[in-house]
Design a binder for this molecule. Structure first.
Ligand SMILES: *Cc1c(COP(=O)(O)O)cnc(C)c1O
Length: 471
């Protein structure tokens, strides 16, 4: 299978090349030339498969023989053996026709483990085969960093540099990254916000001349195709668990960079009957404004209680735009250069098509706290603040109450104790209290931390990286 750029002006790549590539040379994102698609009968025949078996069936057509089936099975099996729950992605009922899909059973307690445990093992396999070493560089607003570090810490052919905005990730999130003490792991606390971190990474990918000879950068943020691909699996898995594909289900997805929900869109394109995909945002609401009032403009960044969704621009949205504009790369180039000035608007037909599949909703911090508290008092189930936004969106935007609604639970509540504490204050008579970290992390606050604070300056960051690699 070939992969092509959303801006239409970069060479097509093979699967292994696209895993290593990151951004395309024309600034676009890679997508498969054609999506595999599955008939209803075929999907129905997968009912009862384990998560790993299902993952193999869904991922294998994208790889198209470039990796032997046996090797792919092994990569998948290694990726998901670090999850603490046998179901890998368990469903919990929280309302009459409402479920929460717990995607936080992996090593760092956020859904990003689904993609990054897989990507780490996949990269390890590809690099060993090619006898190649790479540098992973990524930006994180919280959960990506720790999941990427956990995914790569044992990879022999990878050095990993993760930039996080200094003082703008939760203490649990920071410690999950900075307490991994390994020779190939480097944490950079950038004096800026998440978008500054992301711009730094983008600029470094454009011009990699600061690296020692023979090294190249690999992206592990959600622009990496393999991450999106791995996330398609849990849409199929949860639908099958609730009677799909013989009936449709809907999903509500807490959204930042549009990676997670884009995987749901792909599942639908591949044949899974999905009724509604709901984009749930916090007050950093560019996607909600875009879908609801065709206002896709950059606004200043708000720090919220759901920091993993604190973004000004959703990079993966470009992948959807590519489809909405008939896969015409020159249209995307035009749109994106328009957007560089700060805003763009979609054509009537693009907006119409987007609204066929997607609904959108925004929730501010105060209502997020309220929702955590009310769901707890009705069910004794504790939501993290990101998931809470998804549940609120599901309840507000549900079009058909007879269709099962699945809310993706993107993080464990113990990752965000500040929000939970506020929710506990909101309902003083309930038993709601700070959730405990799972036992493998109970000493997180006593572990030694290692990170370097660097100013928001590209040369400072790049010379730090070169120095670490130079020895
Ligand atoms: C990353 C993240 C999100 C947003 O996911 P995207 O793929 O960027 O849309 C939501 N919730 C949590 C907890 C996350 O870590």
């Amino acid at each position: 299978m070939k992969f092509i750029s959303t801006r239409g002006d970069a060479p097509a790549l093979s699967f292994e090349e696209v895993v290593l590539a990151g951004l395309a040379s024309d600034g676009g994102l890679y997508v498969p030339e054609r999506l595999p698609s599955f008939s209803k009968e075929q999907i129905a025949s997968w009912a009862g498969l384990s998560y790993q078996e299902l993952a193999f069936n869904i991922i294998q057509p994208f790889i198209d023989g470039e990796i032997e089936d046996q090797d792919l099975r092994e990569i998948i099996s290694k990726a998901y053996c670090s999850f603490r729950h046998d179901a890998i992605a368990p469903l919990i009922q929280t309302g009459h026709n409402e479920w929460v899909l717990e995607l936080f059973q992996g090593p760092t307690l956020a859904f990003k483990d689904f993609a990054l445990q897989f990507l780490g093992h996949l990269l390890d396999f590809i690099l060993a085969k090619r006898n190649q070493k790479v540098v992973v560089m990524g930006a994180t607003s919280g959960d990506t960093g720790s999941a990427a570090i956990e995914g790569c810490r044992r990879c022999e052919n990878i050095d990993i540099f993760i930039l996080h905005p200094n003082n703008r990730v939760s203490e649990v999130q920071r410690r999950q990254m900075t307490t991994v003490i390994a020779d190939n792991v480097f944490n950079i606390a950038l004096e800026g916000n998440f978008d500054d971190c992301q711009n730094m990474v983008k600029a470094s990918f454009r011009d990699q001349s600061f690296l020692p000879d023979g090294r190249q950068l690999v992206a592990v943020n959600s622009i990496n195709w393999a991450r999106i691909m791995a996330q398609i699996v849990y849409y199929f898995y949860s639908s099958l668990a609730l009677g799909g594909p013989h009936r449709s289900v809907s999903y509500s997805v807490p959204t930042g960079n549009f990676g997670d929900i884009f995987a749901g869109y792909l599942a639908k394109q591949m044949g899974l009957p999905i009724e509604q995909l709901i984009i749930a945002t916090n007050s950093n609401d560019i996607l909600h404004r875009c879908i609801s009032e065709n206002d896709h403009s950059k606004q200043s960044l708000h720090q919220s209680l759901s920091p993993s969704m604190d973004i000004m621009v959703s990079s993966n949205f470009e992948r959807l735009l590519f489809d909405l504009y008939g896969r015409d790369g020159s249209e995307i180039q035009r749109l994106m250069s328009e957007f560089e000035s700060g805003e763009m608007s979609l054509s009537e037909s693009a907006l119409h098509d987007a609204r066929e599949t997607f609904s959108s909703f925004r929730l501010d911090d105060d209502d997020t706290i309220e929702l955590i508290s009310s769901v707890y008092s009705n069910t004794e189930y504790l939501l993290d603040p990101h998931t809470a936004i998804g549940v609120a969106a599901a309840r507000a935007k549900c079009r058909n109450p007879h269709v099962p609604m699945i809310c993706l639970a993107t993080a464990h509540p113990a990752k965000f104790p500040d929000a939970i504490e506020l929710a506990a204050k909101r309902s003083p008579n309930s038993k709601l209290s700070e959730p405990k970290l799972p036992s493998h992390m109970s000493d997180l606050f006593e572990r030694e931390e290692r990170f370097t604070v660097i100013k928001d300056d590209i040369h400072a960051v790049q010379s730090f990286i070169a120095e670490q690699l130079g020895t």
